[in-house]
Design a protein. Structure first.
Length: 366
């Protein structure tokens, strides 16, 4: 026997009544609507339930469909692995703009294991990964990044190059393209280092200058000119790879150099501990621009703070991730220079550091 419309509607009405009682005391009512037993009433109630059920089902589906925010990626490029202390300084600068590695930013690190010829391929790999920023550590890494892309913003720390002469930027105030960062570009810094050597060693007749002619061309010229002005004979020695330091220092010893001046290079930084030992073994006072060189056992260091430079590069990366254009961020110069003297190494070399020089030092290592 076929059920009447009233019989079909009765269970539905009962369910609606129960739902009304469970819904915090609110009642579902169809004011001035069709009669409770009519077919129209039944269809309206079915439409109501279908709409209600559809809305409940659609809510979680809509939540699942929300797009996941893209996590930015920073490609880190260098000849060697980034030193932990410098990496931490970069992260701190980046953190000033709310970015924390592993939470809302990812680092893709690539280094050439001391082989500069690999930098071009590594830079190309980062472009293929479509990183949001390339952080180029050193002149070689920056050159490789520039050749690989004119699209991806690139932040650099380069202590060897004149960024305008090298074609990295148009001007210091308005870089113009996709490159900005912290550049030293002070080849005359070695003149100040030679003056410090003269305060410690007397007399200074001959100084060996170690560097890479391709990387340190302007520095070689400026140092040679500064040595001549101070009546010091300059012995120019080429160092292109980590294995060259032993031979160069031996040549300095046999050439009767009174001291060794190390021009800025990523290799000097990464090999600083070995260079310090090799120099002391040959009785050679050695000076570098890297504070970390003196901390590792070199006699003396005078130059810009690398930690500050990496912090500032990290801050620039943070600004770019927030929408700033690299071409509109002025090239920055180091503002903090430090003098560090290793008294322990001086004693091993039979040298006495003048008290006046010790008073001017930012750090004295006993």
């Amino acid at each position: 026997m076929m059920a009447t419309s009233d019989e079909m509607a009765a269970p539905l009405a009962s369910a609606l009544a129960r739902a009304g009682r469970a819904g915090r005391g609110r009642r579902v009512a169809l004011a001035n609507g069709p009669a409770p037993g009519s077919l129209i009433s039944l269809l309206d109630r079915r439409a109501f339930l279908a709409t209600l059920g559809g809305g409940l089902l659609a809510a979680p589906l809509a939540a699942e469909a929300q797009p996941t925010a893209k996590i930015p990626r920073i490609g880190v490029l260098g000849v060697t692995a980034m030193a932990p202390s410098l990496g931490e300084a970069f992260r701190q600068g980046l953190g000033q703009f709310g970015y924390t590695e592993g939470r809302n930013v990812v680092f893709d690190q690539r280094h050439a294991e001391g082989r500069p010829e690999r930098l071009s391929q590594l830079a190309t790999d980062l472009v293929r990964l479509n990183v949001d920023i390339i952080f180029a550590r050193g002149a070689g890494a920056l050159s490789a990044a520039k050749q690989a892309t004119r699209r991806i913003p690139t932040v650099a720390v380069d202590l060897e190059s004149d960024p305008v002469t090298m074609g990295f930027v148009r001007t210091l105030a308005q870089p113009g393209d996709n490159i900005t960062g912290v550049f030293l570009d002070l080849p005359e810094l070695s003149g100040k280092q030679l003056q410090l050597v003269k305060e410690v060693i007397r007399p200074v007749l001959r100084v060996a200058i170690l560097g890479d002619p391709k990387l340190n061309g302007p520095q070689f010229q400026a140092t040679e000119a500064a040595a001549k002005a101070l009546a010091i004979q300059a012995q120019l020695l080429e160092v292109r790879a980590a294995g060259d330091f032993r031979g160069a220092l031996e040549a300095a010893r046999t050439g009767r150099a009174n001291a060794v001046l190390l021009l800025s290079s990523p290799l000097v930084f990464t090999q600083r501990a070995d260079i310090s030992v090799l120099a002391v073994e040959r009785g050679l006072p050695a000076v570098s621009m890297f504070v970390e060189f003196a901390e590792a056992g070199g006699l003396m260091a005078y130059g810009p703070s690398l930690r500050e430079a990496f912090w500032r590069a990290g801050a620039y990366a943070g600004r770019i991730l927030q929408g700033a254009k690299p071409g509109e961020l002025p090239v920055e110069r180091p503002t903090k220079f430090e003098l560090v003297i290793n008294v322990k190494t001086a004693k091993a070399l039979g040298l006495t550091i003048p008290p006046s020089l010790l008073q001017r030092a930012d750090q004295v290592i006993e």
